[in-house]
Design a protein around this ligand. Structure first.
Ligand SMILES: [Zn+2]
Length: 282
C-alpha cells in the first residue's frame, strides 16, 4: 500500500531553512522501497527565470512571489542505498546522517543532469564524498558536459573517473530496459541535452523521480509552455514537459521533483478546464 509518513530523526535543520522544522524527513513507500526527500536548500524564487511568461500571468500565479527548493532523493531497499542527484551539498550529509546512512553506504548514484544544484554534493573540499558508489549518467549528458569546460563537472568526472557508468535511457513510448533492478531511466531531454528521469516500478506501483521537469510549481503545471532561462533547449524542454505530464497523469504515476517544495512527492490531476494541477502529498 502507498503510505506517506514522517520519520522522526534527531537532526536539527536550522542551517538549511528547509521545511523539516519538526526534525523529520518526509518519505514515501512503494513496495519494499522507501523514498526519502532530502531538502538541500530552500530559497526565495526569482520569477525572472520564466521565459515568455507575461507580467499578468506571473502576477496571477505568483501574487506573493514563490519559494523554491533544491532536493535530492534517497531510494532505499534491503539491498541498496540509491541516491538520486546530490543537491548542492549544503545539507546532504546531515540529511543522510539523520537517516543513519553514512556516505560510504551509498552504493548507487543516479544523476538526472549535471547542473551544480544536482552534482554539487558529490564533491567536498576537492575530495569525492561517496567512496563506494557507482555513478550512473546518460551518455548524452556525459558527452555534452565533457565539452563545456565546466569546473565542477570536470572535477566530478576526474574524482569518480573509474566509477562513472554511462547509459542510454529509454524512450518514453518504449520503456523496457532496466538500469538497475526495478529502475528504468527515461530520456527527458531539453532542460539539458541528456536530462534523464528515473521510473521506479514495483508490480503495479510506480514513481517517477523526474529531476527538473518543472522549476516553478505554481506556473508550469498549469502552463507547461513556459520555459526557464536555465533550459539549454527551451523548445525541447517544453515538449518534454507536456509529454511527461500526459504520461504520468494517464498512467497514475506518483512524481518526485527536485524543485518542488517538500515533501516534493505527489500527483498530477487534470482539472475541469483540462489544465494540470499538482497535489503535494502531505
Ligand atoms: Zn536544478
Amino acid at each position: 500500500m502507498k503510505k506517506f509518513a514522517f520519520l522522526l530523526t534527531l537532526t536539527l535543520f536550522f542551517m538549511t531553512g528547509c521545511k523539516s522544522k519538526d526534525y523529520s524527513l518526509p518519505h514515501f513507500e512503494l513496495g519494499e522501497y522507501k523514498i526519502f526527500t532530502l531538502c538541500d536548500n530552500l530559497h526565495e524564487g526569482n520569477s525572472q527565470i520564466l521565459i515568455t511568461a507575461s507580467d499578468e500571468l506571473v502576477k496571477k500565479c505568483l501574487p506573493n512571489g514563490f519559494s523554491s527548493e533544491i532536493n535530492a532523493f534517497l531510494v532505499q531497499n534491503k539491498k541498496h542505498n540509491i541516491l538520486i542527484d546530490s543537491g548542492l551539498g549544503n545539507n546532504l550529509l546531515q540529511n543522510l546522517d539523520s537517516l543513519n546512512v553514512k556516505s560510504e553506504q551509498i552504493d548507487i548514484i543516479l544523476i538526472t543532469h549535471c547542473h551544480g544544484d544536482h552534482i554539487g554534493g558529490l564533491v567536498k573540499d576537492g575530495q569525492k564524498v561517496f567512496n563506494n558508489a557507482t555513478i550512473y549518467l546518460s551518455q548524452v549528458e556525459f558527452d555534452y558536459w565533457s565539452k563545456q569546460n565546466n569546473q565542477l563537472f570536470d572535477e566530478v568526472a576526474k574524482l569518480y573517473e573509474n566509477n562513472i557508468k554511462t547509459f542510454n535511457p529509454n524512450n518514453i513510448n518504449n520503456i523496457k530496459e532496466e538500469l538497475i533492478e526495478n529502475i528504468f531511466p527515461i530520456a527527458t531531454y531539453g532542460h539539458t541535452p541528456g536530462h534523464t528521469s528515473f521510473l521506479l516500478k514495483e508490480r503495479e506501483e510506480q514513481i517517477l523521480i523526474w529531476g527538473d521537469i518543472t522549476h516553478v510549481t505554481d506556473v508550469q503545471f498549469q502552463n507547461p509552455e513556459i520555459a526557464v532561462t536555465y533550459d539549454v533547449d527551451p523548445v525541447q524542454a517544453v515538449q518534454t514537459r507536456k509529454e511527461i505530464f500526459d504520461f504520468v497523469q494517464k498512467n497514475d504515476i506518483v512524481i518526485a521533483g527536485m524543485h518542488i517544495l517538500s515533501p516534493a512527492i505527489g500527483k498530477i490531476v487534470l482539472d475541469e478546464n483540462n489544465k494540470y494541477n499538482y497535489i503535494n502529498f502531505e
